[in-house]
Design a protein around this ligand. Structure first.
Ligand SMILES: Cc1cc2nc3c(=O)[nH]c(=O)nc-3n(C[C@H](O)[C@H](O)[C@H](O)COP(=O)(O)O)c2cc1C
Length: 171
C-alpha cells in the first residue's frame, strides 16, 4: 500500500479520482528539471510528456502511462480517498512495479543508488549523500560497520540534549 496527497484543485486530482489509478515514477538527477516543470505547470495547459521529452508507455496493470526514463514505476489503484483539508489522501494498492534493467548487477541485486535518485527538502532538490548506516546496524552484534559507531556514541553521550531547542514554523 502507498498514498499520495493531492489538492482538489489540481488537474491530476480529477484524473485520478475518475480513473482510480495513478503511477509513482521515481525521480533521478537527470530527471530533476522535468520533475520541477511537471510540478509547476498544469496538465490542463500543457502536455508535460511532449514539453519535457518524456516517453509514455502504458502501465502493466493500469491504463495510465508510466514514464520510461524513470528507473522505478509504481502502478497504483486507489482504495480510498480521505479528505484532509487542503489535500485529500489517496490510499492505494500497489499493483505492479517496473524496474529499469540497467541498475541490476550480475547477481540480480538492484542498485537504486546508481540511478542517482533525488529527494525534495524544503524547496530544494538534492541527490543522496554518503551512506550513514544500513538496515539493522544499530542492533547487529558482530561486524558492526564503522559508520554507526560515532553517531551512537554521540546520542548516548552526557551532553546529547544540548542545542536541542525548538523553533516553531508557520506553514
Ligand atoms: C516537488 C513538488 C512536489 C509537489 N507535491 C505536491 C503534492 O504532494 N500534492 C499536490 O497537490 N501538489 C503538489 N505539488 C504541486 C503540483 O505538482 C502542481 O500544482 C502541478 O502544477 C499540478 O499539475 P496538474 O494540474 O497537472 O495536476 C508539488 C510540486 C512540486 C514542484
Amino acid at each position: 500500500m502507498t498514498y499520495v496527497s493531492i489538492r482538489p484543485e489540481r488537474h491530476s486530482y480529477e484524473l485520478i479520482k475518475e480513473s482510480g489509478e495513478f503511477v509513482i515514477n521515481l525521480v533521478t538527477k537527470d530527471l530533476t528539471y522535468a520533475c520541477d516543470f511537471c510540478g509547476v505547470r498544469s496538465g490542463r495547459d500543457v502536455d508535460k510528456f511532449t514539453e519535457m521529452h518524456l516517453t509514455a508507455k502504458k502501465g502493466e496493470k493500469v491504463d495510465c502511462p508510466i514514464i520510461l526514463e524513470s528507473p522505478v514505476n509504481i502502478e497504483c489503484k486507489v482504495k480510498e480517498i480521505v479528505p484532509l483539508g487542503s489535500h485529500h489522501m489517496f490510499l492505494a494498492e500497489v499493483v505492479s512495479v517496473s524496474v529499469s534493467e540497467k541498475y541490476f548487477d550480475k547477481t540480480g541485486k538492484f542498485h537504486l543508488n546508481r540511478s542517482k535518485p533525488i529527494c525534495y527538502s524544503h524547496g530544494g532538490y538534492f541527490t543522496l549523500g554518503e551512506q550513514v548506516g544500513s538496515f539493522g546496524y544499530s542492533v547487529r552484534k558482530k561486524d558492526t560497520p564503522k559508520t554507526g559507531t560515532k553517531q551512537r556514541k554521540r546520542r548516548s553521550g552526557k551532553n546529547s540534549g544540548r542545542n536541542n531547542k525548538r523553533e516553531r514554523m508557520n506553514f
